[in-house]
Design a protein around this ligand. Structure first.
Ligand SMILES: NC(=O)c1ccc[n+]([C@@H]2O[C@H](COP(=O)([O-])OP(=O)(O)OC[C@H]3O[C@@H](n4cnc5c(N)ncnc54)[C@H](OP(=O)(O)O)[C@@H]3O)[C@@H](O)[C@H]2O)c1
Length: 267
């Protein structure tokens, strides 16, 4: 059984803890750090994990450290834990922060430290996350497999090249917000058609949920699934035509490119 330190028990840290517990990790094997004592107490009461305010003691002797603080704090945290990690070469450090490269972390940590850059997303909060992992130079297969298995308790996991991380941010890190925006628009559109807000939300959220489940469970291409419900001269193809005329595809290209570009700038 792995022992784990979660540095930064905020939104992503809490979602990760919930997933790890679902995956069968013993709460006593999970250390969590926050600078505020109250947040640590909240996490202890909710999950029975072990709270710390100092990062050094929290990482001492653990197998995997997940750094879940804001990007600008990551290298400072890495500096704080470098010496302790150095004394335990079995520890793998996983950064969940956008934009911080493996090379930057490797430089701060001891020579040869196994580092993995991860890009999660917030559906992790409900066990439906998508996390991409880019292993650093010193990570062996066993360490990557261990981290993959731990994160699979929070949703899907995919190993990618680190050079793809900005595109990953556009595809999965940030994309839940695109779908929330789409549903927001659908709800207003439903109200415009005379439905109550509640009915419009129920109908559109369940349609999105069902469409995603169909894509995952059937393995069919989206074009095929769309063609299946677009009868000749029918209502669905009339809606598709309106989307095409409004430039939906071009908007998707532009939005994802803007996201990837901004992700690179922030890095
Ligand atoms: N939220 C997302 O959608 C998302 C998606 C992909 C990736 N991420 C990445 O996940 C990371 C965390 O994001 P988040 O949304 O979870 O942020 P958050 O809710 O602000 O959580 C950060 C946590 O870190 C703690 N913290 C700050 N400095 C610390 C330190 N020096 N030592 C220990 N704990 C410290 C904070 O608590 P105290 O102030 O009490 O210390 C806070 O609970 C970010 O790097 C972000 O890029 C987030």
């Amino acid at each position: 059984m792995s022992s784990i330190a979660v540095i930064g028990g905020g939104k992503i840290g809490e979602a990760l803890i919930a997933g790890l517990l679902d995956g069968g990790v013993n709460p006593k094997d999970i250390h969590v750090t926050n600078r505020s004592v109250e947040r640590g107490q909240y996490l202890r009461e909710k999950f029975s994990v072990v709270p710390f305010v100092d990062n050094g003691p929290a990482v001492d002797g653990v197998d995997v450290v997940f750094i879940c603080v804001k990007p600008k704090m990551v290298l400072k945290v890495a500096e704080e834990i470098a010496e302790i990690i150095d004394n335990n070469d079995a520890t793998t450090v996983v950064s969940m922060a956008a934009g911080i490269t493996n090379a930057a972390l490797e430089e701060v940590l001891a020579a040869g430290a196994p580092v993995i850059r991860a890009m999660p997303n917030t559906p992790m909060l409900v066990g439906k996350g998508m996390t991409a992992l880019a292993p650093g130079r010193f990570v062996d297969e066993e360490q990557l497999a261990k981290v993959t298995t731990l994160l699979q308790a929070t949703g899907a996991v995919r190993v990618v090249e680190e050079s793809d991380m900005d595109a990953v941010t556009a595809m999965s890190g940030s994309s839940p917000a695109y779908f929330f925006l789409m549903i927001e628009a659908m709800i207003d559109a439903g109200v415009n058609l005379g439905l109550s807000r509640d009915a419009a939300k129920d109908l559109s959220v369940n349609a999105l949920y069902g469409a995603a489940a169909m894509l995952k469970e059937t393995g069919e291409e989206p074009q095929q699934l769309r063609a299946n419900v677009s009868s000749p001269g029918g209502a669905t193809i009339a809606a598709i035509r309106a989307f095409e005329e409004a430039g939906l595809r071009a908007a998707v290209y532009d939005a994802t490119q803007a996201c990837a570009r901004r992700s690179a700038e922030l890095g």
